[in-house]
Each structure stands twice: as C-alpha cells, then as structure tokens.
Design a protein around this ligand. Structure first.
Ligand SMILES: *[C@@H]1O[C@H](CO)[C@@H](O)[C@H](O)[C@H]1NC(C)=O
Ligand SMILES: *[C@@H]1O[C@H](CO)[C@@H](O)[C@H](O)[C@H]1NC(C)=O
Length: 716
C-alpha cells in the first residue's frame, strides 16, 4: 500500500514532491508539535515517511500534495513551524541550499536555507488572506546554481472561529396586520459570518429569539420570523421589539454570536365599530338662519385608524328628516348637521333626529362581531327671531284695462308679520320702479290704484315693487314684485299699413287689380284683427274703380274699364273706409292716389306724366343735374334783374308781391298737411288754367309735393 501510493506520488511530482504530514484535526489539538515536510520525490526518501503516510491513508481525506497549512491567529513565543523543504537529490560533495520566493517570502515566511524549515514569523488572518503562493528551489550552496527546476506550492491559512455572526442590515423594521392568525410570516433576517463557510462549523449559523416571546418566533435555520400568538390587537399594543441572535458553530456552546433588533408594528384592520361620544346631542338654531348653515357636529369615535375609522353619517329617523341633512366630513371624521328647508318658530319649536354613523370600509372577517355602526339622538331647538313681513304671494300679477278710471282699484297685496307679537304693516311703492308715478297704494290695506291714465299702445307692462314695513320695527322690510299688465281696449282706428301709391296702365284691361292694400291697427284684440273695407257712400257707384276684400284681410282695388287716359285725367283719388271688429268698432278713411301711366304691352309702367313720380323716393343723377342747372339759371336771372334795376338807378325795393311772383319761384316750407289747400301750388304758375286738373293732394307732405313740381316747372 505505501509503495503503490509512493509510485503515484512519483508520477505526479518529480522531481520535487511537497508532502503534508499532519492531519487537520491534529493541528487544532497540538499544533506546536507538528511540522510539514516538503521533500523531493524519490521513493527512498518517501519510504522514510511511511509511518505518516499510513495515518494519512486512514483519514480517508483528499490529499493535496502541493499545499501546506498554517493556523490563523497563532501567536506563540516562537515563530510557528509551517513545514520543511527537503530534496533527496544526491548532493555529493556539494552542500544544498533552499531558496523560498513568492507571496510573503522573507516577510511572513522564513526559510532556514540549510534545513529547509519554513516558519511563519507573523500572525496570519485567514479572513484577510487565505492562501499564499510560494516557490521553492534547491541550489548549490557554493555556486547558487539550481540543482533542479523551481517548484510552486501553496500555504493555506487554516480557519479558526475568530469571527462572530453579524447582522449587516439591522436593525430591522417590519409590519404585520393585527389580528393575524398564528404563524403569519412577518419578515426574515440574515446574519453573515466571515469565517470559512466550507470548512468546519465556524460559519454555521443558528437563529433564536432573545426578546419578543411569546409574540414572535424564528425558524432557527431560515431566520423567518412569524407570529407566535393569534389575534394580536393593535389597539392594545402597536409595537413590539424583538431581539434576534445568530450563533455560529451550529449553535453549540463555545460558538460566537451576534444580535440585532427587529421592530414589528401591527397595522390596523377594521376590528372596531364607531361609537358616538354622546348618545344625546342638543343644538339650538334661530328660525331665520340661512339655508345650508351648519347647525352642529356629531362625532362617532373609532379605535381604528385611517380608512378603517371612516364613517358615513345619516339621519335615519325623526320628525326633522325633511328639514335637516347631515354630511360626513372625512377630514374631521364627524357629521355636520345643516338646515335644508326654512324653519318657522311659530309653526314648530323643536325637532328630534336619529343619526347613524356607519363604518365605510367593513372587514368581512369581523362583520360577525356586530354591526359596525352606532346611533345617537339629536335634539334641535328652534329659537324665535324677529322676522320681516311676509306677503301672501311671492309675486303678484294684476291686469287692468287701458281705459280704467283714475283712482280705480286695480289690485291688492297683503302681508303679515309672522312673529308672535304681530306688528301692523304699512305698504308703499318703490318709486324707483314707478318713476312716472303711475300708481298709488293705500298704506294700510295694500290696495293699488291708478294715478295716471294707462295706454297699452305705449306700455303693456308696468312692473313695480311694493314694500311692506312693520310699524313697530321699521327695519323689518319685505319687498314683492307686482307685474301690472295693461289689457287692450279698442281705442285705435285701423289705417293703411303704409303710404300706397298706385299706378294704372292706360292699356290695362277692365277688372284688372291695380293695387292691393292692407290695414293695420295699433290695438291688440284677443282674436286678432279683422278689417272691413268700403268705399265712401257717395263713391259706392264709382264708375272707375271697385274694391274686393281678400282672404288675408287685405283689399284689392280693380279698374272697372279700360278708358283711362293720362291726357284726360292723370290722377284719381279713391277714399277707402277701414273699420276694425272691436266693440264698438272704430273706422277711418284713407285715400289711395292712383296715377295713370303709359305701359308696355306686358304691363310694365313706361312713363307717367311726371318723371319724378316714377322715381318717387330717390332723385336720379339726371334730376340732380337738372336741379343744379335750375339754380344756376335762377341766379343768372336774379343777377341780371338786379343789375338792370341798378342801371336804371332805381332803389332795390320790392313794391309789389305780384312782381316777385312773376319772376321768382318760391319754396313754401310750411307744409299744411292733408288739408292744406292754401299751400303754394307752383303748378299754377305754369298752368294757370289748371288744365291738367291738379287737385290738392292728400297723403303727401306739401313740401315734397312742391319740390317735385319745382323740378317739373323749371326744367322739364
Ligand atoms: C314684467 O313682468 C312680466 C311678468 O313677470 C314679464 O313677462 C314682463 O316681461 C316684464 N316686463 C318688463 C318690462 O320687465
Ligand atoms: C271717373 O273718371 C272720369 C274720367 O275718366 C271722371 O270724369 C269722373 O269724375 C270719374 N268718377 C269718379 C267718381 O272719380
């Protein structure tokens, strides 16, 4: 057996074989007596080590032949012997010298160059440097010539349990819901041990709890912390301090340990119902408080926190459910009672409400513990307030006919003082709403009378404000709008809807409609207008025109024959009587002017006698030029006239109106209206005989009429 092993060694390690002699277990017990020998690989030399080899083979360990071991943290009086280099080369006469080089050669490891003993001269720390790589060589003592190639080997620093476990991330914080079941996982912690984790138990950790029992437990190997009691109550105790220990050497005595703390906070679950602080609340409120005003607050306390403490408030019963409402104030977690409808002390002086607070976020796990709500009673006392007068209606609508007599009563308002000490009321009209003082009011009974006549055609509505004042307290004032509608009375006669001017074609046919007219009436009868048209009684048998009423309330004027001729008669006047359907009916006579004109075959008016008639409103460019030419001509005449007179040395005095009339055309600005037959008719200047039969014109302002004639006279 030793021989076979030796052969293997020779195969592996020629020429230098590094041999480890000691057993690891021996190192702990008697390190001082042990030495490591490195020897060159001759079978002979190895046989000398056969006794040691037998020990090695018995240990059944894997051998690493190029390693030496040295214990860390060794501190004795003498340097510790790590091992020995030895070569079995035949030195002959030469002396052999051993040379060591590599990590720590000479500083940490020292070699006796004659004996080959290697000593560690410094204390070693495996956690700092676990192995050193060195090179050994045998050289000729005299010449320093290498006797064989250098050989590399490793000195491993052997672990001892010199590091305690450490919790690098501690202290720890964790949360777990209150009321959790036993064994609920809370968190896990980890400790680290710097010692060699693969060799020995120096880094084998076991966890335990030093403080924090019986609430929490820890799994020794995994360090998972769990609850050890069921139903821990946050409302009883919220925070727990747990001290955790990690111990190496598998927890055996002699091992090193480290501790950390874990703070466990129980989080809230909704396991508590709300509870009103009082079962009865008293509030009082003046009857005239503004709607929406907060009257009082009720609060149900809840031992839970956050949303688990949130409650919604409701009025669930009582005689004031219609008048009051409660809103939940999420911020203050209380309920605010507000007024929803007006109070009246005189009607009801107190109310009782039953209010309820109910948790919003119910946890089904605990709903069997009972309803998560509570109720309380709220008593509200209404206090009397001095209130202003109250009108019998919030608005009034009065209707009055426009012909109502002055001082007649058109309506009445009433008001009363709602207070128990009912004060008499005085009424007045807010004059800002009746600037024209159209109405009066009786201060005592509120009867409204007419002060000035009404005209519906001027104003249909008179919207005024009536003021009621308490006699005993003038500051108690109320106002009410009163809309007065003026009803129609038939006080306006119908008339033509516009100024019509009709044209009649000389070549027209009998029965032809020459004009359609409609009427208007300022009144506003309920069933709309219905007009009756007729010719004046003396004109009923008019040989020239006839009238025909149309469906749409309008009237058509028809020519009766085709014998009209401008030369014979240029203009016809047709008075028409229009009456309305009022009771009694009103009527008026309007006169239609009909001009005879020359027309084309298809009935388009070509020319009436006077061009201006064809252009009744705007003057054409040609007409303007004509007017201008007229004025210049007149000026020339005047200048000539004056110069001639001067030449005759006659004073410039107009002696005789007739002289002027001969020469100057005068514009009479004072139009006399329809009946002004005295208006200056310039046409007579040109045609003193009046052969064209010009009659006084109704329905046209005289001035315009004369202007047109002026154009005709001067220039056409
Ligand atoms: C007056 O009041 C009536 C009824 O409220 C309303 O219809 C009308 O428009 C008002 N008239 C004026 C001029 O304010
Ligand atoms: C009818 O017209 C003729 C001339 O065409 C005239 O003489 C007569 O006065 C007219 N009658 C009426 C009633 O206008």
């Amino acid at each position: 057996m030793p021989e076979r092993l030796a052969e293997t060694l020779v195969d592996l390690w020629t020429p230098l074989i590094i041999l480890w002699i000691t057993l690891p277990s021996c190192v702990y017990t008697a390190p001082m007596n042990q030495a490591h020998v490195l020897t060159t690989g001759s079978p002979l030399e190895l046989s000398r080590q056969s006794e040691d080899m037998r020990i090695l083979s018995r240990s059944k360990r894997g051998w690493v032949w190029n390693q030496m071991f040295v214990l860390e943290e060794f501190s004795g009086p003498e340097p510790i012997l790590v091992g020995r280099l030895h070569t079995d080369l035949d030195p002959g006469s030469k002396k052999i010298k051993y040379i060591l080089s590599g990590d720590g050669a000479g500083t940490i490891f020292q070699i006796n160059d004659i004996t080959g003993d290697i000593h560690a001269i410094k204390r070693l720390d495996r956690e700092e440097k676990a192995e050193y790589t060195l090179t050994a060589q045998a050289v000729d003592f005299e010449t320093n010539k290498p006797l064989e190639p250098p050989s590399e080997f490793i000195i491993k620093v052997q672990d001892i349990n010199d590091n305690a476990p450490e919790f690098l991330n501690g202290p720890y914080h964790a949360t777990v819901p209150e009321m959790s079941i036993l064994g609920t996982s809370v968190t896990n912690v980890t400790a680290t041990d710097a010692d060699d984790p693969v060799y020995g138990n120096s880094a084998k950790l076991v966890y335990s709890i030093l403080e924090g029992q019986p609430y929490f437990s820890i799994e020794p190997e995994t360090a998972i912390i769990k609850t050890a009691l069921p139903n821990m109550d946050r409302e009883a105790k919220e925070e727990y301090l747990v001290v955790i220990q990690a111990k190496d050497m598998g927890g055996h005595s002699g091992g090193l340990s480290g501790t950390t703390t874990l703070t466990v906070t129980l989080t809230d679950v909704n396991d508590n119902p709300p509870k009103f602080a009082q079962s009865l609340y008293h509030f009082s409120v003046p009857e005239d408080v503004v709607l929406g005003t907060a009257i009082g607050r009720v609060k149900a306390n809840d031992q839970d926190i956050g949303e688990n403490a949130q409650s919604s408030y409701d009025i669930i019963d009582g005689d004031g459910t219609a008048l009051f409402e409660i809103t939940s104030d999420a911020q203050a977690q209380d309920g605010v009672i507000r007024l929803r409808k007006p109070l009246d002390f005189e009607t009801k002086k107190s109310y009782t409400l039953k209010v309820e607070a109910a948790n919003i976020h119910i946890d089904p796990r605990f709903s069997s513990r009972g309803p998560f709500k509570d109720t309380a009673t709220v008593k509200i006392v209404v206090e009397d307030a001095d209130e202003p007068p109250v009108f019998s209606s919030p608005t009034y609508l009065l209707e009055v006919h426009e012909n109502a007599a002055l001082n007649s009563v058109i309506g009445q308002v009433t008001a009363r003082d709602p207070d128990i000490t009912s004060s008499p009321i005085r009424f007045s009209i807010d004059r800002h709403t009746d600037l024209e003082r159209q109405f009066n009011i009786n201060a005592d009974d509120g009867k409204i009378t007419l002060a000035t006549p009404l005209d519906r055609e001027l104003s249909v509505w008179h919207n005024i404000t009536i003021i009621a004042t308490e006699i005993r307290n003038h500051s108690q004032i109320s106002r009410v709008p009163v809309a007065i509608k003026v009803l129609d009375v038939n006080d306006n006669a119908p008339e033509f809807a516009s100024e019509y001017e009709a044209f009649l074609c000389e070549n027209g046919k009998p029965g032809q409609v020459i004009q359609t007219v409609s009427a208007m009436d300022k009144d506003d009868p309920k069933n709309g207008h219905f007009f009756l048209y007729s010719l004046l009684p003396e004109m009923v048998n008019n040989p020239n025109f006839t009238i025909k009423k149309n469906e749409d309330n309008s009237l058509s004027i028809l020519a009766k024959h085709n014998g009209f001729n401008r030369q014979k008669q240029e203009v016809y006047l047709l008075p028409i009587v229009i009456s309305d359907s009022g009771n009694p009916p009103l009527s008026s006579t309007s006169t239609l002017t009909i001009r005879v004109c020359g027309c084309s075959n298809d009935g388009v008016v070509q020319s009436c006698n006077v061009e201006a008639y064809v252009l009744p409103i705007g003057l054409s460019m040609g007409a303007l030029i004509a007017i201008l030419a007229c004025i210049i001509l007149l000026l020339v005449i005047v200048v000539l006239f004056v110069t001639l007179r001067r030449h005759k040395n006659e004073p410039l005095i107009i002696k005789d109106d007739e002289d002027v009339r001969e020469n100057i055309i005068r514009y009479d600005d004072e139009g006399g209206g329809e009946e002004d037959t005295e208006a200056f008719d310039i046409a007579t200047l040109q045609n003193p005989d009046g052969i064209n039969g010009f009659l006084p014109r109704w329905g046209l302002p005289t001035q315009r009429w004369e202007e047109r004639n002026a154009i005709q006279t001067g220039c056409v």
